[in-house]
Ligand binder design. Structure first.
Ligand SMILES: [Zn+2]
Length: 303
């Protein structure tokens, strides 16, 4: 770099940041220009995590640890190098390319942010053959349709848990009415143990919502579990699975599902991808004390 370009960069940087900040925040909430797609190899599958948005959220204790004191929440945060006054949220759909199918798990907050993340991975919305909704909270179904109200993934077959669909269909939920009900006839309904495609199996993990499902991927002896919203924070929900999470519909059932599936991942040493884990959202689980520890991937599964 010449002295001239160095000076130019230094002078230009603050102006560029100021100009791009608000636009970025509107697109998907990213404050930082970080990569939005990362691909992992699981046997013959290419598994790509797609960052559909990230933003800070104040007062995480109003969300995690409803059944513990402010003092305990602050102590656990500090012990884990986290600010007890602010957390960073991540929203991470995953695309599983089996070679024959391209299966998208969840659709993010909106279509535009997903299109951008998919583009970074070399895919277009038309390439998606299946869309699986792990559950129907707004941050998972928001990208079902474009701003014009059309399906973002027009070539896809759709699937979700029968229990999840039935739950929301019986409410008057704005998100469900806009994003799911108009396309109800396109959906196949899954139960525990059903397969989406060869090597892609639904595993019930009810509690976060009444029909919340996780998905086990298996290819050529390699495995990975998409845990969706089984755990919403890599420390608060892994180390303290019994801490109540405001987003969990049935708090007791959610904690029981967390313990059951995290125990299995730890015992079998199987990696996981979590929708709300810090990007790239993939890691391993080990038991520690009364709970678990999240070990982020480094260079595993590079293929
Ligand atoms: Zn979620």
């Amino acid at each position: 770099m010449t002295r001239r370009t160095a000076l130019f960069s230094a002078a230009a940087a603050p102006a560029l940041l100021a100009a791009s900040g608000p636009a970025r925040a509107q697109e998907g909430g990213q404050a930082l220009p970080i990569a939005k797609a990362r691909t992992f190899r699981v046997g013959a599958f290419d598994v790509t995590t797609l960052l559909a948005g990230s933003f800070p959220r104040e007062d995480p204790h109003s969300i995690f640890g409803g059944n513990v004191s402010d003092e305990e929440f602050a102590a656990v945060s500090e012990e884990n190098f986290l600010d007890p006054a602010q957390a960073q949220f991540f929203f991470t759909p995953t695309l599983v390319d089996t070679g024959a199918e391209r299966i998208l798990f969840d659709t993010g907050l909106n279509a535009a942010a997903m299109e951008s993340a998919l583009g970074d991975a070399g895919y277009a919305p038309d390439d998606v053959t299946h869309v699986v909704l792990t559950h129907m909270h707004g941050d998972h179904i928001g990208g079902m349709t474009t701003e014009a109200g059309e399906l973002t993934y027009p070539n896809a077959a759709y699937a979700t848990a029968q229990a999840e669909f039935d739950h929301w269909a019986a409410q008057e939920n704005e998100g469900f009415e806009a994003k799911v009900r108009p396309f109800a006839e396109r959906f196949a309904f899954l139960g525990d143990g059903d397969t989406v495609a060869g090597g892609v199996t639904a595993m019930a993990a009810f509690g976060h919502t009444p029909g919340h499902m996780t998905y086990r991927l298996e290819s050529e002896g390699a495995e990975l579990v998409l845990i969706a919203d089984l755990a919403n924070h890599y420390v608060y929900s892994l180390a303290y699975p019994d801490w109540e999470v405001v987003f969990d519909t049935d708090k007791e059932a959610a904690a029981a599902s967390r313990r059951r599936i995290l125990s299995m991942l730890a015992a079998d040493r199987v990696p996981m991808i979590g929708y709300h884990m810090p990007f790239p959202a993939a890691g391993f689980v080990e038991t520690r004390g009364e709970g678990f520890r999240y070990v982020p991937v480094s260079y595993q599964m590079m293929g």
